[in-house]
Ligand binder design. Structure first.
Ligand SMILES: *Cc1c(COP(=O)(O)O)cnc(C)c1O
Length: 228
């Protein structure tokens, strides 16, 4: 299948999954995750009308953005782990950061451009696994981190919560926990109503659990080249 066909097929499946649970597909943002693929893929996706792309490594994001200066109509989402010392570079290259999972990182992203004209959109990443080494803040600490960002990081705009479903359990159950965390975060930061969840293999479950931002890679791009 060609890229255009895979994109159209995936969008049809997204629309179907949304309608199946009584949601309007137009309220969903479909981000195409292009990590490890060459910049030409982003150009091709843009030609097909894609406006949201996702990357997971800072160097790769910065490089692609500088190689594609004409892509001012794209929104670049950063979905990978961020080392605190890379916060400045991430802020310079990303429009949205989905993976804020600690105070120190939120502070570093804020001080990278504290007087920014337009705030940096961020999500609090929640760790839905039992393994503290995985990315994300523990569910019970997410509200406190959200409050910290809303109170103390004036150049960040908190949009909501993000998570990757663990491999060890049915995604529907994990995404329900994320929806619960989202409700608690919204109770203290009402504007933070977005939920970034759902990948190639579990977007239907994510949509059913209220996801607003889907991060889809391989189902659209085809298999990823080996990471270099
Ligand atoms: C790679 C990646 C995706 C996309 O994964 P696919 O299974 O290829 O759809 C989504 N979210 C994050 C955080 C990723 O790193």
């Amino acid at each position: 299948m060609e890229l255009a066909e895979r994109l159209a097929a995936l969008d049809a499946r997204i629309a179907e999954a949304a309608r199946a649970v009584g949601r309007d597909p137009r309220e969903l943002t479909r981000i195409v995750v292009t990590k490890f693929h060459p910049p030409e893929l982003i150009t091709a996706l843009r030609g097909l009308g894609v406006r949201d792309v996702g990357e997971s490594r800072q160097q790769e994001l910065s490089q692609k953005r500088s190689l594609l200066p004409e892509t001012t109509d794209l929104t670049w989402h950063f979905v990978g782990q961020v080392q605190t010392k890379k916060a400045r570079a991430v802020r310079a290259a990303a429009d949205v950061v989905h993976s804020v999972d600690r105070h120190r990182l939120a502070d570093a992203l804020h001080v990278a451009d504290p007087e920014a004209d337009s705030p940096l959109a961020v999500f609090v990443q929640v760790n839905l696994t039992e393994d503290p080494a995985r990315g994300g803040v523990a569910p019970e600490a997410a509200v406190e981190l959200a409050e910290h960002i809303a109170r103390n990081c004036g150049s960040l705009s908190l949009r909501g919560v993000m998570a990757v479903a663990p491999l060890e359990e049915p995604p529907a159950r994990a995404f329900q926990r994320l929806a619960d965390v989202s409700a608690r975060v919204r109770a203290v930061v009402p504007a933070a109503s977005a939920i970034s969840a759902g990948m190639s293999g579990d977007f239907a479950e994510a949509i059913a659990a209220g996801a607003t931002h889907l991060r889809i890679g391989s189902a659209i791009t085809g298999p990823r080249p080996l990471r270099g």
